[in-house]
Design a protein around this ligand. Structure first.
Ligand SMILES: [Zn+2]
Length: 255
């Protein structure tokens, strides 16, 4: 009780937090995040720079969590706020970034089953000072350049911290996500899995009969902070956690 009162008092001293984002503000954020690809939006559609128009809503109200995972609209994709920086373990079914509109990302990065993602792959050297192996990533949206910067910054961290970032477990993988049947950001070469030895994954822990999933994480916060500074979200901020996983999702940052 005392803590609650203290917290309430502290909140009252904070500058007024912005109101919940309107639909139009959410779409502004999306368009701002992908300036090379998107040119604008109205209430119902986004417009791509090549003139393609896509609906933002599928008209289905009250979707369940599973329906959102399998069939997210563009609005569903940007609905859950992503908490930047150190944060508490996620609440039940709070998976910011796991709702992805497949048509949106296929248009953005290509369809890996049709060989379209390959055309945009470039090679970067991951952690030149600590590991120095070539990795193929997409150049779309400057992902390759951003990962180069992430790599340089992680390379400058102390050895015990950067050890969590190599050897990597992979970038491009055309397989569907185990529990959703949908393409993950690995299908677009816009995600990277770090060192398996420092990783925890909800499905490994989810075999028990427990009703809730116990959160686990061994990924250093400095690595998470580095990726977030460059527009990558972390799978450790999901209730269905995947702590080696980072993906480029600038639309989830409130910049
Ligand atoms: Zn991954």
């Amino acid at each position: 009780m005392r803590w609650t009162l203290l917290a309430a008092g502290w909140l009252a001293l904070m500058p007024m937090r912005s109101h919940a984002e309107t639909r139009s503000e959410q779409l502004d954020r999306l368009v701002r995040a992908y300036p090379d690809a998107l040119s604008g939006h109205d209430d119902d559609t986004i417009t791509w720079r090549d003139g393609t128009v896509m609906p933002v809503d599928d008209g289905i109200a009250d979707k369940s969590f599973d329906q959102m995972l399998r069939n997210a609209s563009i609005l569903d994709q940007i609905r859950l706020p992503y908490p930047v920086g150190a944060s508490a373990p996620p609440a039940l079914n709070v998976d910011p970034g796991r709702f992805r509109n497949e048509a949106f990302f296929k248009k953005m990065y290509g369809d890996c089953n049709a060989g379209e993602v390959k055309r945009n792959l470039v090679t970067i050297i991951w952690l030149p000072r600590s590991w120095g192996k070539p990795v193929q990533v997409t150049r779309v949206n400057g992902v390759a350049e951003r990962l180069k910067q992430v790599s340089a910054e992680i390379d400058a961290l102390e050895p015990a911290v950067r050890a969590a970032a190599f050897p990597i477990a992979g970038v491009l993988s055309c397989r569907a996500v185990a529990d959703t049947g949908r393409t993950s950001m690995h299908g677009y070469a816009a995600a990277i899995d770090l060192n398996l030895k420092f990783s925890d994954y909800w499905l490994w822990a989810g075999k028990s009969k427990a009703k809730t999933i116990a959160y686990k994480n061994r990924m250093p916060q400095q690595i998470v902070d580095t990726f977030e500074r460059h527009g990558f979200i972390w799978g450790g901020k999901w209730y269905h956690y995947d702590t080696m996983h980072f993906e480029y999702r600038p639309e989830l940052f409130g910049k």
